[in-house]
Design a protein around this ligand. Structure first.
Ligand SMILES: [Fe+2]
Length: 244
């Protein structure tokens, strides 16, 4: 089931002591090992980036990431950790990127953008449009949490047509038969509205890496070609820094 390049985890909090994710290197090492067991071969480390956090933090993110990448390389030479940020949306993101205060995903045009759950659609659309106009590929982090999008297929389509991408958390896809959120997300995957999975792992207890558990479940419940597109085609495009 694991593709030739393994899986991509586009959203993780595996770097120690920098946000509400891993607390120390011991936990980070265990999370990296768990990601490997879950079939992941590229982890994008995406610590939270809020307004007011400066350049210094991202220099640290890059340093921590290099160390995490060395740990991953000791497990398997083809296993990597690359730097990124989960950027809470605010105005002026392009300038902050230029000034080095915000990291794109693996230094590609992709950018992981988080919205507060009750953010209004007008602001979401305007903000994302600006990022696309600047040449970025915004990926909406855990889109299932954004109230203005989750129940609104036509809005999701509008953003995708504009040049945006949608990421879903693995945990949100693990609900049972009567879980309405999981059911809706599966429909979105079937209709090609979801582009990336992310573990959004924060630790090894409440929010561990569960990529393979999630993908296995999707293959059981959805047409193979839909899951292939989600976990193979899109991630390959990303890793080659191409547009989907
Ligand atoms: Fe996150």
């Amino acid at each position: 089931m694991i593709g030739k390049i393994g899986y991509l985890d586009l959203h993780s909090h595996i770097l120690p002591g920098i946000d509400d994710g891993s607390v120390d290197w011991d936990m980070s090492a265990r999370m990296i090992q768990a990601e490997y067991r879950q079939g992941v071969r590229t982890i994008v480390a995406t610590p939270h980036n809020y307004q007011g956090k400066g350049q210094q933090d991202n220099e640290r993110v890059r340093e921590l990431c290099k160390k995490a990448d060395i740990l991953a390389g000791k497990i398997d030479r083809s296993f990597h950790v690359i730097p990124g940020n989960e950027v809470l949306y605010r105005e002026g993101i392009p300038r902050e990127i230029e000034e080095g205060h915000i990291l794109t995903l693996g230094d590609s045009p992709y950018l992981l953008i988080e919205f507060i759950p009750n953010e209004g659609y007008r602001r979401i659309r305007q903000g994302l449009r600006e990022l696309v106009e600047y040449g970025f590929c915004p990926v909406v982090a855990h889109m299932e949490r954004v109230g203005a999008l989750f129940g609104q297929e036509e809005r999701i389509d509008e953003l995708i047509d504009m040049g945006c991408y949608m990421q879903v958390n693995c945990h949100s896809l693990m609900g049972g038969l009567f879980d309405r959120r999981t059911a809706r997300l599966k429909k979105f995957i079937e209709s090609g509205r979801i582009h990336f999975l992310g573990s959004d792992c924060h630790n090894m207890t409440e929010r561990p890496p569960i990529m393979l558990d999630c993908i296995r479940k999707l293959y059981k419940k959805l047409p193979k070609e839909c899951v292939d597109r989600l976990v193979n085609d899109n991630q390959e495009q990303f890793l080659q820094k191409k547009y989907i």
